[in-house]
Write a protein that binds this ligand. Structure first.
Ligand code: SF4
Length: 182
């Protein structure tokens, strides 16, 4: 390994975020309506205060059928996405994230947490829309990632951002980063 002569100033802490948190245009058409048209800024304002490395996870929905088609998609429910083709996309994306997490941890760094986006059929941690109102289960991509982490016995906390309650989500993220949660 090459000898490094200068102090290593790299932050050793990482957080993983959903792709669209930095890029709302990758959301389905017609559902970006909570005042954030590109970056969900208040979340990043908080993350930037804590000297974290921020990793943007893949967006599985926009990969379905290729990005060109993916960017034209309308909103769909979790059942609509419950297809072998989409689950395979989630599996590949989750594996990419898993490999990064393993490399980070094996290099002595820390993954502080993984953020999801509530009510997304792919990236929610807990909350979903249904005909009967809100139900509690993870989106397909987050579920795949959680399964892979469990198999590898890697424990990383998840927090779902609720765009309708952004202040409460920021409080949870702050508590997570400051180790007052989990
Ligand atoms: S699949 Fe995930 S990253 Fe892609 S738009 Fe939906 S919530 Fe965002």
């Amino acid at each position: 390994m090459t000898e490094i002569k200068y102090p290593d100033q790299r932050s050793k802490r990482f957080i993983f975020v959903p792709f669209c948190l930095l890029c709302q245009a990758f959301q389905a058409r017609g559902i970006v309506r909570f005042g954030f048209s590109s970056v969900i800024k208040p979340i990043f304002d908080e993350l930037l205060k804590h000297d974290l490395n921020i990793i943007q996870m893949p967006c599985p929905e926009s990969r379905l059928g290729g990005y060109e088609k993916g960017l034209q998609r309308g909103p769909r429910g979790i059942e609509d996405y419950n297809t072998p083709e989409f689950l395979a996309i989630c599996d590949v994306a989750a594996n990419e994230v898993l490999q990064m997490i393993k490399a980070i941890i094996n290099n002595g760094f820390e993954v502080v947490g993984i953020l999801g986006l509530e009510y997304s059929p792919s990236c929610s941690v807990l909350l979903q829309y249904s005909n009967k109102g809100t139900t509690h289960h993870s989106g397909h991509f987050i579920a795949a990632l959680q399964r892979k982490l469990r198999t590898e016995q890697i424990k990383v906390p998840f927090i779902g951002i609720n765009r309708r309650g952004i202040k409460a989500s920021i409080k949870k993220i702050r508590e997570l980063i400051c180790k007052k949660l989990f």
